[in-house]
Ligand binder design. Structure first.
Ligand code: NAP
Length: 250
């Protein structure tokens, strides 16, 4: 039986284990998906040794960057973003080859692309973590100019205090890549001039719990198009499967 799994710590709630085991059952695939909660990334070697039928892994916090030195190769996206959340395991005789991919960028790009219109040329990326880097890469690949928004003063970013109504009208695609507004803190939202938003504004939240975050609600009340991160999550799971078994064997 083939095995797949997730490495990270802690793994309290994980979408992947439920999603993949249900997929295997529904599609009659003889495989199992396992959570590997590991206290340090060095344990990856042990997992590979003790699970010879392991075909692929997902990687979550805090190992998306730490795992890179353990890999034999990286996809161009993973290399550019500096983070890996999917690993394909290939065994050749006594050799084990590991290739790292980034599914955040694919999940995000595929889900925002249908919402983009000609007047969407510039985007604000809220946050500067791993997901923000993937979103920034994805938006640029779709032809948008981007700017990060950070709590810290940085050369390549606005601070929240610097955001004026004019900036929000110019950068009319805004993607929330911070944890602000995620359950149970649903009464929080990024500090933005929401009053400057209108029907030209597109707000995308990587959060999917609650369904509609306060960020989305405040934009929608001004006429903005809004979308949450659920489709991105599902597309990422689909992309993982493709990296492990599909045509995308780059
Ligand atoms: P992360 O590494 O923790 O980064 C979050 C960023 O948000 C930080 O770099 C920080 O940027 C900013 N931030 C953190 N706390 C903040 C606060 N209290 N106020 C304002 N800004 C704050 O997290 P991540 O892995 O990039 O993920 C970000 C979010 O995306 C999470 O909610 C995650 O669940 C979600 N996500 C969803 C999907 C999906 O498929 N839908 C995929 C990946 C991630 P500054 O320090 O520069 O302000």
């Amino acid at each position: 039986m083939d095995k797949y799994g997730l490495i990270g710590c802690p793994l309290g709630h994980s979408f992947s284990v439920g999603y993949f085991n249900e997929k295997f059952e529904n599609e009659g695939i003889d495989a199992r998906y396992i959570n590997f909660e590991i206290p340090s990334i060095e344990r990856l070697v042990q997992i590979l040794d003790s699970t010879p039928s392991l075909r692929g892994l997902n990687v979550t916090i805090p190992y998306k960057e730490q795992v890179i030195p353990f890999l034999d190769s990286l996809s161009p996206e993973a290399r550019a973003i500096g983070a890996v959340n999917v690993i394909r395991v290939t065994r050749k005789g006594s050799k084990t080859l590991l290739k790292g991919f980034n599914s955040d960028v694919i999940g995000f790009t595929k889900s925002i692309e249908p919402l983009l219109e000609r007047h969407h040329r510039k985007a604000l990326v809220l946050g500067t973590g791993g997901a923000a880097k993937a979103v920034d890469y994805g938006l640029k690949s779709l032809g948008l100019a981007t700017r990060f928004v950070s709590r810290a003063k940085r050369a390549d970013a606005f601070t929240y205090g610097e955001l004026t109504p004019d900036i929000v009208r110019e950068y009319n695609v805004i993607v929330n890549c911070t944890p602000l507004g995620m359950y149970p803190n649903a009464d929080e939202c990024p500090s933005l001039p929401y009053e400057a938003m209108d029907g030209h504004t597109l707000l995308y939240d990587l959060i999917y719990n609650p369904d509609e975050t306060l960020f989305m609600q405040r934009g929608r009340e001004r006429g903005a198009i809004v979308k949450n991160g659920l489709e991105m999550l599902l597309l990422q799971a689909f992309a993982s499967w493709e990296f492990w078994n599909g045509k995308e064997q780059r």
